[in-house]
Design a binder for this molecule. Structure first.
Ligand SMILES: *[C@@H]1O[C@H](CO)[C@@H](O)[C@H](O)[C@H]1NC(C)=O
Ligand SMILES: *[C@@H]1O[C@H](CO)[C@@H](O)[C@H](O)[C@H]1NC(C)=O
Ligand SMILES: *[C@@H]1O[C@H](CO)[C@@H](O)[C@H](O)[C@H]1NC(C)=O
Ligand SMILES: *[C@@H]1O[C@H](CO)[C@@H](O)[C@H](O)[C@H]1NC(C)=O
Ligand SMILES: *[C@@H]1O[C@H](CO)[C@@H](O)[C@H](O)[C@H]1NC(C)=O
Ligand SMILES: *[C@@H]1O[C@H](CO)[C@@H](O)[C@H](O)[C@H]1NC(C)=O
Length: 483
């Protein structure tokens, strides 16, 4: 036979051979299964395959299934596998994210139940221990789960100076430091999502402080219109462009601001902003701050070129001042405080409006046993963090204030809370604290210091991680619907 004849025969035989296999399998399959394949059907398998494979595997037929596998069952199996894979991929990103969150919730509950540390997964060197935590085990587990899983998408829309940029120092500095950290501009941020589909939460990186600085210059009007428009425009742009805001009605979106006016942005459209997580310094529950939804963040007067206030705390035995305050007459709480205690009416309660030039404010904090932290024009003030860094027990004189990180920290273990109405009783209250209890409070202050320490890049359990953890907890509280 010539070469060409062989080729011809092969060309003729091959289709015949395939046809035989086809019909053989057709009948074979028909005899054994309720299955009526056509090529078309096989290539586009029905969504609900008529072969009851799991059924078959359950009875004695399974041996035959394994060994008498035909070409078509093989092909079908392959297609089914592919379909399964496709379905798995089709399992929405949100479904995968929610499954991860469900595992995190379970692990946190388990840690709370067994009161155990999962030390085998040692992600951090810091271990929360002691009474300053509401539940150290659950908190530890939750923090680890957050580090393991949390992905944040920071929207790219918008331009400086109002977006992607904030003040880095002074009393609004936390705002800029946080924005910068999230954008990963100067430091890498392991929480950054590569794609919004893999994000659990979405950050709106506009700066209220910068908006006020640039749109209200000179500051002649306190009308909140321009501020409202910035926030509203931003949300409308990202809600038009991406599906994420609409999918959750904003419940997995957050903003961060230390500016007094920040809570006001919600008034731009209360319905639209109903679910938005607002991380605010001005955490005044009488001004619409909702502890279950919003996040209280500490205010820090960040020194230029530094990250935290000085730590000039002396040993307890060297602290000569019983209680100390120095600050402007800002707002009614201060006025009331000054009425009762200003300028050495009492040797023990040293309250100054203007500190004499020969005295150093931070040294004074470090020489004091108790540091008074009254509200100013707004509830928050940098004094709590200053006191903590000076290892001075904060005496918080505020009403309607939602304490930062209150979800995990028990503030009564490292601070004293005095309602504004009890300002005249400050001395009686503080003198009533035994030395033993005072030592316990100081110990508490020392152990929470790290949580009020700003690092760039941020480190586990530090200030920015604590802010993120508060937001993470809000996200764990909701389950987004998925198909
Ligand atoms: C598959 O099995 C289920 C449960 O045994 C049965 O109800 C169903 O009719 C079966 N489907 C086919 C196509 O045989
Ligand atoms: C394969 O099927 C044939 C006929 O359908 C049967 O006689 C034979 O025993 C089967 N082989 C095995 C290994 O089950
Ligand atoms: C705590 O964890 C350790 C190590 O994982 C384990 O050996 C121990 O049994 C656990 N204790 C409880 C009460 O679950
Ligand atoms: C989200 O909802 C708004 C208001 O209903 C609508 O204008 C916008 O187009 C929606 N966004 C997307 C991405 O569908
Ligand atoms: C605010 O504080 C005052 C004084 O303590 C209290 O009477 C009032 O109920 C508080 N309001 C809210 C919303 O917590
Ligand atoms: C908290 O908000 C209420 C309501 O706006 C206000 O009356 C109060 O003065 C605020 N507290 C402080 C300390 O600013």
């Amino acid at each position: 036979m010539t070469n060409s004849t062989t080729k011809f025969l092969l060309l003729l035989l091959l289709p015949t051979f395939l046809l035989i296999i086809f019909f053989y399998s057709y009948f074979f399959n028909q005899n054994n299964f309720n299955f009526n394949p056509t090529l078309n059907k096989l290539l586009k398998p029905p969504s609900n395959p008529s072969i009851n494979i799991s059924n078959q595997l359950d009875n004695n037929n399974h041996v035959r299934l394994r060994h008498n596998i035909s070409f078509f069952t093989l092909l079908k199996k392959k297609l089914e596998k592919k379909e399964k894979k496709k379905k798995k991929k089709k399992k929405s990103n949100l479904e995968k994210l929610e499954e991860g969150l469900a595992r995190a919730r379970a692990a946190i509950r388990e840690a709370a139940r067994t009161r155990n540390y999962t030390l085998k997964e040692e992600v951090t060197t810091f271990i929360p221990r002691g009474s300053v935590y509401r539940n150290p085990h659950a908190f530890h587990q939750s923090h680890i789960e957050m580090i393991k899983r949390l992905k944040i998408w920071t929207y790219k829309e918008g331009e400086q100076p109002l977006v992607h940029h904030g003040p880095l120092s002074n009393i609004y500095g936390v705002e800029g430091q946080f924005i910068e950290e999230m954008e990963g501009k100067t430091t890498s941020n392991k929480f950054m999502a590569r794609h919004p589909d893999e994000a659990h939460i979405f950050f709106l990186p506009f700066s209220v402080a910068k908006t006020v600085q640039f749109l209200y210059r000179p500051l002649v009007s306190y009308n909140r219109g321009p501020l409202h428009r910035v926030a509203l425009d931003y949300v409308n742009v990202v809600a038009m462009k991406y599906p994420y805001w609409n999918a959750s009605h904003g419940a997995d979106h957050f903003m961060v601001s230390c500016h007094d006016w920040a809570p006001d942005i919600s008034d731009a459209d209360p319905k639209l902003f109903k679910n938005l997580i607002r991380a605010l310094c001005n955490a005044n529950s009488s001004e619409g701050f909702q502890p279950m939804r919003d996040v209280s963040i500490p205010e820090i007067k960040i020194p230029v070129g530094k990250l935290c206030p000085p730590s000039l705390g002396l040993r307890i035995s060297k602290r000569q001042i019983f209680a100390f305050f120095a600050g402007g007459n800002h707002g009614h709480v201060r006025t009331y405080l000054f009425e009762h205690w200003k300028e050495k009416k009492d040797e023990d309660i040293q309250v100054y409006e203007y500190l004499p030039k020969n005295l150093n404010y931070f040294q004074m904090l470090g020489q004091s046993k108790f540091c008074l932290c009254p509200s100013g024009y707004e509830v928050a003030s940098p004094r709590i963090v200053e006191a903590i860094h000076a290892e001075c027990v904060p005496v918080i004189i505020k009403d309607n204030y939602s304490f930062p990180f209150n979800d995990v920290l028990d503030w009564s273990e490292f601070s004293i809370h005095i309602p504004v109405a009890k300002i005249p009783e400050i001395k009686t209250i503080l003198k009533g604290i035994s030395f033993k209890d005072y030592l316990k409070l100081v110990k508490g202050v020392r152990s929470v210091k790290w949580h009020f320490t700003l690092n760039r890049p941020s480190k586990p359990f530090d200030l920015i991680h604590m802010m993120l953890h508060s937001i993470w907890l809000r996200r764990l509280d909701i389950i987004l619907p998925y198909q």
